[in-house]
Design a protein around this ligand. Structure first.
Ligand code: SF4
Ligand code: FES
Length: 242
């Protein structure tokens, strides 16, 4: 007798929002019944559909382990990573709805154009800026490092920005992810250009558009306290960094 415990299998209905720009004028919902195991994730379901049922289903993914940030999508109305969403954690007595993240131009099925998201990211200068040229490493105390530890965890998945109602209605807003990545350098003791980033985020597209709805913190698959980071940047705009 095998000592490997039998993994339970069951049928799950996925309802996926499809769109092919070459043939469709509007997106539409399509059902798929998929045989799944309790250890599977939503990404496994998308693979089964693509590989065994409909090879035209389009979505992004790379690492499959919550690191690359490429498979953010709306699963049952919430922004999540498909590779980190276990089937056993969903209510499979009902269909599971899967659609592209909102607020960015839809390209095909679950794929959106990420360029506006990355354009906002680039605008906040997401790299260390310093004139110091130490002979060895840039020295930083554990306390100084802790100041921005949370925001170093960002994987640029866009789950936060595309869960934000201000971003949905106002494409001009930088969005939470750009502010999180600005925070990561604004509060880095080695960086000398915090004020430049604060001036950028004090603009009409910047932090003051945030309405503190907390959608971003709830959506973040890395558990980053996004709303707190935005609040800290607002404080720094008003009172300076340190
Ligand atoms: S802050 Fe979180 S949700 Fe936003 S882009 Fe970074 S990892 Fe994704
Ligand atoms: S596939 Fe890389 S985070 Fe999900």
């Amino acid at each position: 007798m095998s000592d490997i415990a039998e993994v339970q299998s069951f049928t799950v209905t996925f309802i996926i929002r499809r769109f092919n720009p070459e043939t469709d004028t509007e997106p539409y919902w399509q059902d798929f019944d998929v045989q799944m195991y309790s250890t599977d994730r939503v990404l496994d379901a998308l693979h089964k559909i693509k590989w065994d049922v409909d090879g035209t289903l389009s979505f992004r993914r790379s690492c499959a382990h919550g690191i690359c940030g490429s498979d953010a999508m709306r699963i049952n109305g919430r922004n999540r990573l498909a590779c980190k969403t276990l089937i056993k954690d969903l209510d499979i007595s009902k269909p599971v709805y899967v659609e592209a993240i909102k607020g960015l131009p839809l390209e095909k099925d679950l794929i959106v154009d990420m360029e506006p998201f990355f354009a906002a990211y680039r605008e906040i200068n997401p790299f260390l800026q310093t004139s110091a040229k130490p002979e060895k490493e840039h020295i930083q105390s554990p306390e100084q490092r802790a100041r921005f530890d949370d925001t170093t965890k960002c994987i640029l998945c866009a789950a936060c920005t595309t869960s934000c109602p201000v971003f949905w209605t106002d494409g001009q807003y930088f969005g939470p992810a750009a502010i999180v990545n600005a925070h990561r350098f604004i509060f880095d003791s080695r960086d000398e250009e915090a004020q430049v980033r604060l001036d950028i985020l004090n603009s009409k597209e910047g932090v003051w558009r945030c309405r503190t709805t907390f959608n971003c913190s709830e959506a973040c698959p890395r558990g980053i306290e996004v709303t707190k980071a935005i609040a800290e940047v607002k404080q720094a705009v008003l009172r300076g960094v340190r």
